[in-house]
Design a protein around this ligand. Structure first.
Ligand SMILES: [Cu+2]
Length: 250
């Protein structure tokens, strides 16, 4: 029997891109194996995001930092549309909620035992226990970015073998987002990795805020293998639009 976490981690997105004369037609099917709604409201698995036709939008650059340099399909309108659907579908299903002001405070808080270098936009941990808060799309901040310790998409460095605890909060009012560590490197494609390269390094997608506040969850994993990774949002097109930063294990 898979745990809620394991089931939620099995996010499979299939992108079928068909080149047409005027542009691309995209059939997009996203499904959660088991029930993503293992967070309490089961039964939302195997959702299909339907079909989209986007004539004339070939290889268009996405908006935001780090966007648009990939050779893959890029469509920020489609990426935003998918995020909206996920946001609505998963609204109210996060394991816990906190107020928007609490989320904003946590987004600016420096993690214990870390060196936060604002100029270099980096956070370096040296201890074997690493813990930090990641907030996606903080109101008032840049769209399609992560906020950690007051920095936007900072480089995060952790020692090899460290136990890493990540509290993920989705503060975006109208988009679903997640947080995942991958060995894939930018430029990202529209449909980048949905499977973490470090076991357990995946905070499953959280939907829109509710009247109670922003959805939050906490994950823990071991940074076993040294390497240069990226943390990304696994929603198609979101990493391409700027939701990524370096995650170094050394
Ligand atoms: Cu996202």
């Amino acid at each position: 029997m898979l745990s809620t976490r394991q089931r939620a981690a099995l996010l499979i997105t299939c992108l079928v891109v068909v080149a047409g004369g005027a542009g691309y037609a995209i059939a997009l099917a996203t499904s959660w194996h088991g029930s993503y709604g293992g967070y309490g409201k089961g039964g939302s698995s195997n959702s299909a995001y339907g079909s989209y036709a986007n004539p004339g939008k070939r290889n268009r650059s996405g908006a935001g930092a780090g966007a648009g340099t990939g050779s893959g399909f890029s469509d920020s309108a489609l990426a935003t549309s998918i995020g909206k659907r996920i946001g609505l579908r998963l609204q109210g299903q996060a394991p816990a909620y906190l107020s928007t002001s609490q989320a904003a405070a946590l987004a600016g808080q420096a993690p214990a035992g870390a060196t936060v270098n604002k100029a270099a936009d980096s956070i370096t941990f040296t201890g074997t226990k690493v813990s930090f808060v990641v907030v996606s799309v903080l109101p008032g901040g840049a769209d399609m970015t992560f906020r950690v310790a007051g920095l936007t998409n900072p480089a995060i460095v952790v020692p090899q073998g460290a136990q890493v605890t990540v509290r993920f909060i989705n503060a975006d009012p109208d988009q679903g987002h997640g947080w995942l560590v991958t060995s894939e490197q930018p430029p990202f494609q529209f449909g980048q990795s949905k499977v973490p390269s470090i076991s357990g390094a995946y905070a499953p997608l959280i939907g829109d805020p509710t009247s109670t506040g922003d959805g939050t969850e906490t994950i823990t994993f071991t940074a076993a293998a040294a390497g240069s990774y990226q943390y990304i949002c696994p929603v198609p097109g979101h990493a391409q639009m700027g939701m990524h930063g370096t995650f170094t294990v050394r």
